[in-house]
Ligand binder design. Structure first.
Ligand SMILES: NC(=O)c1ccc[n+]([C@@H]2O[C@H](COP(=O)([O-])OP(=O)(O)OC[C@H]3O[C@@H](n4cnc5c(N)ncnc54)[C@H](OP(=O)(O)O)[C@@H]3O)[C@@H](O)[C@H]2O)c1
Length: 240
């Protein structure tokens, strides 16, 4: 399915995997509309991307903001959601509100986004959510993300049936070098990458560009629905 002239919305398109995905869709001659909360990130992303790019601020946890966002966008063809907040830590000490906040963001945010977007999609449209390899292979402290990602993957299968012929899929990343790790010092980040590189079958952590190819594939491939495309460097095999 050609993407030439198609309109693609990327919620989370101002950073990391979402920004690379916006760039990849532009390279396929689609036009792209990006959304996230921070006006500063939006301005920076518009500067970084080769046009045509439109952008509006939105917090995908808020129904009223999503309704305003999609009313401003109007009819479009493909929806990608890469926004999401995590909660990590030991089960006995992780505050309940952090676990709830992560669900509110990564699970319910993607759910709410599609609910608000649906009136603007068409029968040839696709929707691609973002889960993560912790659904299959959680480390210690990763149980909230394991639950959220597993829930999202079930949601994708259910919605592929529910919303057919609209196609609904998910991309499941492994560890990918993006600003999500900005909280780590450069030294700690490099040490983590080196450690993972030794343990991952592919010998390196992921790039946002490698993940972006997955979202473009799922938008283009008209025989893929209810599926999860895992791009994790082999992390699910258990060595990392
Ligand atoms: N990087 C990894 O190693 C990795 C591994 C497994 C899964 N994932 C998943 O992949 C997805 C993308 O991760 P990433 O590494 O690209 O992260 P990132 O670089 O931090 O980008 C996240 C994007 O989401 C937006 N966002 C966050 N909360 C939002 C909200 N409430 N409403 C609207 N936009 C929001 C952020 O912009 P604003 O701050 O402006 O809102 C930003 O554009 C996430 O779901 C993450 O869980 C990542």
């Amino acid at each position: 399915m050609s993407l030439i002239g198609k309109r693609v919305v990327v919620i989370g398109g101002t950073s990391g995997i979402g920004l690379a995905t916006a760039r990849a869709f532009l390279s396929s001659s689609a036009s792209v509309i990006i959304g996230s909360r921070s006006s500063a990130k939006i301005s920076e992303a518009i500067r970084a991307l080769p046009g045509p790019v439109d952008a509006h601020p939105v917090d995908f946890r808020m129904d009223n903001e999503l309704e305003r966002f999609f009313a401003a966008v109007g009819a479009f063809d493909h929806l990608v959601v890469t926004a999401g907040q995590a909660a990590m830590g030991p089960f006995d000490t992780l505050p309940m509100d952090q676990a709830l906040a992560a669900f509110d963001s990564k699970f319910w945010g993607q759910y709410r986004t599609l609910k608000a977007a649906l009136p603007y999609l068409n029968p040839q449209s696709s929707v691609t959510f973002t889960s993560g390899v912790y659904a299959l292979h959680p480390p210690k402290g990763g149980f909230v993300l394991a639950a959220i990602n597993s829930g999202l993957e079930g949601l994708v299968r259910g919605l592929a049936v529910e919303l057919a012929p609209i196609r609904v899929n998910a991309v499941s990343p492994g560890i990918v070098d993006t600003p999500i790790y900005a909280g780590l010092s450069e030294q700690d980040r490099q040490a983590l990458w080196q450690d993972l590189a030794q343990r991952l079958p592919v010998g390196h952590v992921g790039t946002a560009e490698a993940l972006a190819e997955c979202y473009v594939f799922l938008a283009q491939n008209d025989f893929s629905t209810g599926t999860v495309l895992l791009a994790d460097g082999g992390a699910h095999l258990g060595s990392a």
